[in-house]
Design a protein around this ligand. Sequence first.
Ligand code: DAH
Length: 334
Amino acid sequence: MTTISNALELELKNLKEKAQQEIKSITDLEILEQLRISYLGKKGQLSRILRGMGKLNREERPHVGSLANEVKEALQINLDQQRQILQTAQIKAQLIAETLDVTMPGVNRPLGRLHPLNSTIDRVLDIFVGLGYSVATGTHLETDYYNFEALNIPPNHPARDMQDTFFLTDGHLLRTHTSPVQIHYMEAHEPPVRIVAPGRVYRRDTVDATHSAVFHQVEILTVDKGLTFTNLKGTIKEFLKQMFGKELPVKFRASYFPFTEPSAEVDIQWQGKWLEVMGCGMVDPNVLKAVGYDPEVYTGFAAGLGIERFAMVLHQIDDIRRFYNNDMRFLSQF
Ligand code: DAH
């Protein structure tokens, strides 16, 4: 054996040992591949050692050659094993990371809900839309003409006292009821009219359990040829039946509103008590004249109801102020 062959053998042995140790310490598949290239690749360390074989005798070459092959095969096996280990670990880690624990409690996402006043308005609208009515709206800021005069409430009429009004310095006022929507709608449309108009209204009332300076009404207006009080009664009764889910005893009690003649207040028997739930009547001929309808040709009926009152009755709410306090303990019950 020459010294060159000895030196080569030693180099191969060292290379194998060094490579084996390194391979075992690798924890990353990419780095493992880089390591394979640096040892076994075309320009790798093993090839570099083998280039030294040119200096060997003919007899020595097979020996060193087969030793080089052994080293190569051994390292190849080590590399494969380490790759296997790393791949298995990778899959295991992935499985753990992607495990879905179906027994884990869910995240609580609180759902928003309709305010009880809005859901009550929606119920009223749904019923009238089902009866063929269209939804109309008006403005909160009104003039004396639409809020009073066109509704047959002339200046100094005592009925104005019932509706203590917020006046603005520019002559406007905050509407005290949804009835002005009747006038706006009729001015813009020819009969037949079938509208339901929800909205906020304002009065200079002192706030207590049953009064609020801001509250909500729904106005109903129908105008056509040949309408009578019977049509009014039938419509109101059908509405109340749907609203309360059953046919309740209903009373039409004679009353007075400037914009209707005759006028009535409607009482229902609910949980043993008679409750006043709305005002109504046949549209006064003066109101029809004010919008240019001929009262000899057309008749109509109108009604107005307080949403807070309905919501309080339906949900057994004892104090109107609960609607406006934004107390989640109250609101989340609806
Ligand atoms: N506007 C009246 C009020 O606020 C309610 C009302 C009564 C409206 C009778 C009507 C009606 O349309 O016919 O007190």
